[in-house]
Write a protein that binds this ligand. Sequence first.
Ligand code: NAD
Length: 519
Amino acid sequence: RSPMAAPLSTAAASWLAEGTSPSPPRVRLLIGGDFVESRATEHVDVTNPATQEVVSRIPLTTADEFSAAVDAARTAFPGWRNTPVTARQRIMFKYQELIRANMDKLAENITTEQGKTLKDAWGDVFRGLEVVEHACGMGSLQMGEYVSNVSHGIDTFSIREPLGVCAGICPFNFPAMIPLWMFPIAVTCGNTFVLKPSEKDPGAAMMLAELAMEAGLPKGVLNIVHGTHDVVNNICDDEAIKAVSFVGSNTAGMHIYSRASASGKRVQCNMGAKNHAIILPDADRDATLNALIAAGFGAAGQRCMALSTAVFVGGSEPWEDELVKRASSLVVNTGTANDADLGPVISRQAKDRICKLVQSGADSGARLVLDGREIVVPQFEDGNFIGPTVLADVKSDMECYQEEIFGPVLLLMKAESLDDAIQIVNRNKYGNGASIFTTSGVSARKFQTDIEAGQVGINVPIPVPLPFFSFTGSKASFAGDLNFYGKAGVQFFTQIKTITQQWKESSPQRVSLSMPTSQ
Ligand code: NAD
């Protein structure tokens, strides 16, 4: 599956300062190429969700430290933007090699801090690695356009230039993939970057930063700050920062979108989701059930592309027994266990919130056909575990339907017809993705045309598109104009400049004050 993990370049991780009992190790900042300890007096604990053990803590970066990180990025920008794109790409080539060599270590850190299974954590890193691979072709991706002789002796061409200092704000659920959606594209375009990892699981981002330095990224090109609301607001307000990438919840995303836009920045925000699958009676039974189970309960439902609602045309009854049987057979365990299908959810608060939403569904008339709330995992009794949970007869006015649950909970709904099912999906405010399961090409084509969602699956659960496409959430799942990675990602991190030049033999001409036309 993976190559043997090669050791990181330093014996003790330089991104982590040793703890002294009872204090846990402290996660450092990355400023101007150095991993430095923050002088902050306030911290947030990073907790293993399977055990509640505090594995490290992040500082709430001070205002001075934040300014130093932005200054380092600003100082590094002129030299970096003038570094040939081939040299920038070559660093990404080296970087992808180093990430590959350290996949297992990165995955191990993700499982410890985030809880997902080791195999799933490996996928988290791999899907980010693919973006780094894509950035290796930046010379072609960033290429401009040229039209010769738009008028006599005049040519026009456009070039894509880096913006300057850009910033990224990350969620907890993909600690490696999402930072890698952001800075590899930004820096290979010639920008410099300030990254704020999730305060809940910063380790993978720090390891990735260490590997980026080892790959040859010059000092100051990538900087890392930690914290929560205050440092995010600093990012939104700082005039030196030209663009902000955000992935996370709608509450934070819409705040960041309006505050950062108000200070003139470009902003792209990937936000919450409620992804639906429509199942027609003619769907392939076995493949559909497997897809619903994998996309509903994988990563304990904490994926923005999780399928959280299944709309059965004709009703869910004929599917329920087998669905419940397969969901019940999943193994809930600590992510490091070989047999684990799903690990814990991120925090006790997240578990309480999920359980409350399940209860509100049951209280408002949904049938709880599988209840995983009381699960206890031997030896991990303190973990935030929830077993696969299925609510049937869910109606669109229920709170459990209107809220993003972000846990291993699958809602089953009934639709009278394909049109009715499409209307249910289109009425939902979110638009990250939707899938259909059917053997009818006519139905699939109608779905593809009429559905209002950014990412559409036909007989596949909702996929995260590969990096040559873009991640195209829509409606309330996205704010901004240019999506993450792919062509749109390069456009987001560059400013287009159009140049018109004239080179011709000099000859005496009369001055003309009329509007130039190319004739
Ligand atoms: P979150 O919004 O709580 O946190 C994301 C980031 O924003 C963190 O770095 C956090 O420190 C910061 N933050 C949180 N609240 C803030 C506030 N009020 N003001 C300023 N900053 C704030 O999200 P999360 O719980 O870490 O991640 C889960 C969410 O992310 C889910 O809604 C999920 O759907 C979404 N998500 C979306 C995508 C996508 O591509 N659409 C991908 C992954 C996750």
